[in-house]
Design a protein around this ligand. Sequence first.
Ligand code: PHE
Length: 377
Amino acid sequence: MNRRILFSLLSALAIGFSGCQKAATDEIAVGEFASLTGKEATFGISSHEGTQLAVEETNAGGGVLGKKIKLITEDNQSKSGESANAVNKLIAKDGVVGVLGEVASSRSMEAAPICQSNQIPQVSPSSTNPKVTETGDYIFRVCFIDPFQGTVMANFARKTLKAQKAAVFTDVKSDYSKGLAKYFKEGFIKAGGQIVVELDYNGGDKDFKGQLTAIKSAAPDGIFLPGYYTDAALICIQAKELGISVPLFGGDGWESDKLTEIGKEAVEGNYFSTHYTPEAGGEKGKAFVEAYKKRYNGKVPDAMAALGYDSAMVLFDAIKRAGTTEGPKVRDALAATKEFEGATGKTTLNAQRDAEKAAVILQVKSGKFSYVETIAP
Ligand code: PHE
């Protein structure tokens, strides 16, 4: 063998061994990208734990198509740009047959065109912006979307909180926040309310007092805050410092123990909508809560954990029904998902590749999230 050929063979081997985690022939590689560190780390950790549990249960039950699932997880550090890198690597190097992720809509939307062009199905557990699945026919989600969530919170503000005038405070860096703000406004006006002031911030900002002062002088009956938990907690604290006493309320982005850890008494009494509560579930839901607690030292699962579990189980079910891991066939099987019973109840994927599920409203009470009501689609 001449030297040049030997050299290129050796370097190909070296590349093969460095970083590439290709599954063995008796394994099916499934990719996951998640915010395991950084600003929204509790989202990524919860959804990863749910996904991991689904993999372990599936493998203990014999796997899928006679093979074990090998889950390959990449951390995007809650940063924009990193999800595209992660998913390119998962597809090109690791040869994954499906991609699970993300929680945050902006990050799911970063990965979606890559999955779409490679014909690798992507299942987001909990990204609610409509644009996520509009990217193409390989992109799915197992949760409701924000036109529904925004309407739920608009009706809640009008009917339960009896708000006539609302303020909306949006994170312009987040597709999720911008979308949810828009659907809330539409729903609130339709329900006979009035939006008296709309202001913006950039996710990660620390000082919100300028905008909050303007909000205060518009004298709303409530403030809609469709952001993520770190910013939401700081905004609640600064609102309180400014003497704002009307309720603040948000969407699923508030759901983290960090909301109360950071916000303490400033978040007490406030409300948010989300996908799930461990208190209201069917038989599969209850079994999931028990298994999750056992696996993670008594930790109670949140919406992201339950949806992370369901995203993986729905993908595995589709691979089983497809009888193959070929992208186009798994895609078709995913699109045909009907009444799949999981941790969050039944998942049916509609023609837009979205799930239609009920929302729950929770209230912060004594540092815990207490169940208020369920709102059907
Ligand atoms: N729905 C949010 C988004 O699309 C993410 C989220 C899901 C946050 C579930 C909390 C719970 O960005």
